[in-house]
Design a protein around this ligand. Sequence first.
Ligand code: C5P
Length: 328
Amino acid sequence: MTGPHLTPIVRFAPAKLNLTLAIVGRRSDGFHDLHSVFVPLTLADRLSLAPIGTDGLADTLYVTGFDTGPPEDNLVPRAISAARGAVGAGPGRPATPPLAARLEKVIPVAAGLGGGSSDAAAALDGALEAWGADLDSERRLQVGASIGSDVPFFMGDGPALVEGRGERLTRLTGVHGHPGILLVTPNVAVRTPDVYAVFDGATAGGDGSVRMSSAHLAQELGNGLSATDLVARAGVLASANDLLPAALLVEPGLVPFRRALTRVLGRPIGLSGSGPTLWTLYPSLGEARSAAALVEAAIVDRTIPPLGAGPPSIIATTIHTGHEERTT
Ligand code: C5P
């Protein structure tokens, strides 16, 4: 126990991409068992936390950048409350004064990029540090999982095979080099529970091929794969998402949008998580940036049809391998 920090605690909260996403079963709690390869991206939100006094005041949240909606929908205050609950109050426990949180939101919201879950993991870890409190790693993971299925992934570093509801993690060596990733997030709401509900209602479900692709990639990333080899697998990976057909049914406008994007880029296009973010892999960040410029032009001249309430977010980024600067 070291007592509360006087200077703000700063955390970067990376986005994630699902390179594969197999649904391997339905659970009795209504969730689904997954087999999914998650990679963290250099695209990251920035969270700062500072104690604002003593008891009686409430935690506050100030958000810049993308709109995260009503504060009650934001996972940052929820994570701070959960951390406070886990630390507990009473003699011998560290004080958990209210925190002022400031979130710079650069990851598109409700996009299949895990931004909210990553913010929550950052808030949980940052709150404990701000209070000079500690929890053992098992308890931390339990608290993270209680906030959201994707939160445990963000509580550690690097790519991982994610199983169970999201709580079983096998960290992978990952990718050598810095493959570029183009993210195109149409401005439409695709709610995750709706996508899972459509998946459940479909008679076919997953056919097992995605599970095989996912197992194969996890094995390869376990040993480490070069950026070039990863890009060579883009065709297989782009169809290795069991939620893709359901996401296209929930938002049919994604079908012509994705088709046009494929024509403009001439590359396989994948879906991250339950969408609506579409992704393409490149050998380098520079190539992903050039592709971003092509997509921007195609949106303006309507080669790619308009979809939703405004233009898509178009972001070039890379897989985060641990040591490079945090940028888009
Ligand atoms: O845990 P989280 O709040 O992120 O989950 C959002 C929704 O996604 C859940 O309500 C559920 O419909 C679905 N989900 C699922 N199985 C998972 C993860 C999420 O069914 N493993």
